[in-house]
Design a protein around this ligand. Structure first.
Ligand code: NAP
Length: 343
């Protein structure tokens, strides 16, 4: 299937290009970005990933952001200042927009998807079309810091998570390019990320929620989040304390993490890791430099599970922010949409 990338020149856009090169189902034929890049050959723009620019992109020219042009399926890595309007225009013109941006995530008609957790939320798509009057649809993936937390809490759903406190240590690549000034970031911790904490509770509750009677009923877990930026290149690490509705042992929680799996594993989707949530026994893991890239960046790692004298249990988790938390997540969403024959 031919696909396009909106915002192909940014941090996440380049990650899309790298992950889609040689994809068994999707072939990138169309790239778009701002007026700054439009008209230029993709190969002539700065490439910022350690892997080389895939050959198949060298011949493509970056196009203007014009709805209706490009293939039916477009991935969006647009800056949030433009994503809201641009994605709605592309959907109105009949595209299926699989987006990373925050703008439409909390729209009650837009699925906010993690394929292992809530693929049944795709049932919103016909309702979205009908109520919005658009010929196409929008599907989103969560904020990069939400993914690891939501996966861990999804594994714990049988034990009824009630409250969680999370402190994130987020990588610099999460701020896009050029991102945080080097004089601010080097050897430092910045204890604030604009607008980030506000996304964590509602997005997690929506993802864990139940689809019933045409809408998503958010899962009733209370979450208190503190988000920080640390001098790490890729991989958001999170310290999580959780209160569960059931009295269970450490071994049962570790087993729940290790056994966690979902429809993508059964369907054998191209991006599905065999074990989406891996618990590491070593007391000094997971670490972003050692673990974030493992499993193609699609695995969430957990570790250091121990008693919490306030909420019951606490642990560390880690996810690759531009892969499982962004481009990889959106490609994974498109794979489950294609596997379910919704495009
Ligand atoms: P980025 O590096 O700043 O890239 C932004 C992209 O948007 C570029 O391709 C840029 O094109 C394009 N753009 C900006 N203004 C535009 C305009 N007026 N018209 C058309 N295109 C425009 O940002 P990023 O980190 O890749 O993030 C992209 C999106 O993904 C954001 O919405 C972000 O919140 C979300 N996200 C990022 C991460 C992460 O870890 N980085 C994780 C999850 C979600 P030019 O190069 O031509 O300016």
């Amino acid at each position: 299937m031919d696909v396009g990338i909106l915002g192909a020149t940014g941090m996440v856009g380049q990650q899309f290009a790298a992950l889609l090169a040689g994809h068994p189902w999707f072939r990138v034929t169309w790239l778009a970005a701002s007026e700054r890049s439009a008209g230029r050959r993709y190969a002539d723009l700065p490439w910022r990933l350690p892997s080389p620019l895939p050959d198949e992109f060298a011949r493509l020219t970056v196009e203007h952001l014009k709805a209706g042009a490009g293939p039916k399926l477009v991935f969006s890595a647009l800056d949030s200042s433009v994503a809201g309007e641009a994605e709605a225009e592309f959907a109105a013109a009949g595209h299926l927009v699989v987006s990373n941006a925050r703008n439409h995530r909390m729209d009650p008609l837009v699925p906010l998807l993690i394929p292992e957790i809530n693929p049944e939320h795709l049932a919103l798509l016909p309702l979205q079309k009908e109520k919005s009057g658009r010929k196409g649809e929008i599907v989103t993936n969560p904020n990069c810091a939400v993914v690891a937390l939501a996966m861990a809490l999804a594994a714990l759903l049988p034990f009824r998570p009630k409250r969680a406190v999370v402190t994130t240590m987020q990588a610099l690549s999460g701020a896009g390019y050029p991102g945080v000034a080097s004089l601010d970031a080097t050897a430092n911790v910045i204890p604030h990320i604009e607008g980030e904490e506000e996304k964590i509770e509602p997005e997690t509750r929506k993802i864990l929620g139940r689809f019933a009677a045409g809408k998503i009923e958010p899962y009733p877990v209370a979450i208190s989040a503190t988000t920080t930026r640390v001098p790490v290149i890729n991989g958001h690490t999170e310290s999580v304390s959780v209160e569960l509705g059931e009295k269970i042992s450490r071994e049962e929680i570790i087993a729940a993490f290790r056994e966690f799996s979902g429809p993508p594993q059964k369907l054998g989707l191209p991006s599905a890791p065999a074990h989406p949530l891996v618990y590491l026994d070593a007391p000094d893991r997971p670490q972003p430099r050692l673990d974030a890239e493992r499993g193609g960046g699609m695995v969430v790692f957990a570790g250091r599970l121990r008693p919490c004298h306030v909420l019951g249990h606490k642990f560390i988790c880690l996810g690759h922010n531009t892969i499982r938390g962004a481009a990889g997540a959106a490609i994974f969403n498109a794979e489950i949409i294609a596997a379910k024959k919704l495009i």
